[in-house]
Write a protein of this length. Structure first.
Ligand code: PMV
Length: 364
């Protein structure tokens, strides 16, 4: 039996930065955030993951004979997915999450046909559509994909689980809760187009926004010196940490309604404030650090003039994201190409969350 799923990345407008350590070591499991966050789900910037049943224990296999047939339009070209280079610890983290999800399946699937009787292992293959050196973080999309694939692979009736995914949001929300325990931001990749995550739960926000594109100005792609796990800890040493949670909550209280009303310039203003605040936390930690490269500063100074015309944001990395209405695509691409002729621009659109691409064969 084999299962093929796809899960997109997401880009936060109000950021998850900082974990609630008490809640994260309690019954809710790891990665309970100190504050809510809200993101836009992407579409073709995604992880593909294939599970193929094997005897013995589960393992991650690097080569990718079948998935290479899949192409996604990213930027101006059709992009063949590339196999992620997973370190030993990255592989262990992924396989530990497979076991976590497997352990939760009897409850998750209780009203969806239950779990399959066999305890076979799975050969796992995965690929990302992000160009290998694009600096796009893959943990959100890869953990969402592995959560979904494990749930299908362990189900007595995978086709029923697939149908339940399309029928409503209950199953997506339950999967998001589990996925969060593997990688926090992955819980926002199960729905679209805008998703708010508070505590243990992620759910879609009503939107009257125009259809948006995410134009990613790729400034650098080196391995991060400070991982996001480290950043979650270190921001708490900043003098700006005090008051952060209430500032974020009031930003979220403005952002949700602005998205629901389709108030683009308000959404852009909130995202702009939040980008500066998150990076200021990094810059003022007791041991300050930065993800910015000279090109990031140049892009931010230039973006200042357009901060109501584009929703500008950055993650824990050097790239600058410009979320713009699809109708302004050509204008924005020519602006960016003229201003940053040497940088690559990835073009993606808002999407609707993780999906099952195929199920072949049946459970034992
Ligand atoms: O999910 P993590 O632990 O990789 O943290 C992601 C943190 C940011 O990308 C910087 C912000 C966010 O909300 O996605």
């Amino acid at each position: 039996m084999s299962i093929l799923v796809r899960a997109p990345s997401n880009i936060a407008l109000v950021k998850y930065m900082g974990k609630d350590s008490d809640a994260s070591s309690g019954s809710a499991g790891p990665n309970v955030p100190t504050n809510g966050s809200l993101s836009m789900t992407l579409d073709s910037l995604c992880t593909l993951m294939e599970f193929r049943r094997v005897s013995g224990s589960s393992r991650f296999v690097a080569e990718l004979p079948k998935l290479s047939g899949y192409t996604a339009r990213v930027g101006s070209s059709a992009q063949a997915p590339s196999v992620p280079k997973l370190s030993q610890s990255g592989t262990e983290r992924l396989l530990a999450h497979v076991e976590r999800v497997r352990g939760a399946l009897p409850v998750l699937l209780a009203d969806l046909g239950g779990v399959s009787a066999g305890r076979d292992g799975w050969e796992i293959r995965s690929a990302n559509t992000f160009p290998a050196a694009s600096g796009i973080a893959s943990s959100a999309s890869s953990f969402a994909a592995v959560t979904l694939a494990t749930a299908l692979a362990g189900a007595a009736d995978p086709a029923r689980v697939k149908r339940a995914l399309g029928d409503g949001f209950e199953l997506r929300r339950r999967l998001a809760r589990l996925s969060r325990q593997g990688s926090g931001s992955s819980c926002r990749s199960f729905e679209g187009s805008f998703v708010e995550w508070q505590g243990e739960d992620a759910r879609a926000v009503k939107s009257a926004m125009p259809k948006l594109l995410d134009l990613v100005l790729v400034i650098g792609a080196e391995e991060k010196e400070v991982s996001s796990s480290q950043a979650h800890l270190r921001v708490k040493s900043s003098p700006l940490w005090e008051g952060r949670v209430s500032r974020v909550q009031s930003r979220l209280a403005r952002l949700g309604p602005a998205i629901s009303k389709g108030d683009f310039s308000d959404v852009a203003a909130i995202a702009w404030e939040e980008l500066w605040e998150m990076h200021s936390l990094f810059h003022t930690a007791s041991e300050p650090f930065t993800y910015w490269l000279p090109g990031s500063v140049k892009a931010l100074r230039w973006a200042q003039a357009f901060r109501r015309e584009a929703i500008v944001t950055m993650d824990a990395g050097p790239n600058v994201h410009f979320l713009v209405p699809e109708s302004t695509r050509d204008l924005w691409l020519s602006r960016l190409r003229e201003q940053f002729p040497h940088e690559e621009v990835l073009v993606d659109a808002q999407g609707s969350g993780a999906e099952v691409l195929s199920i072949e064969g049946g459970p034992s």
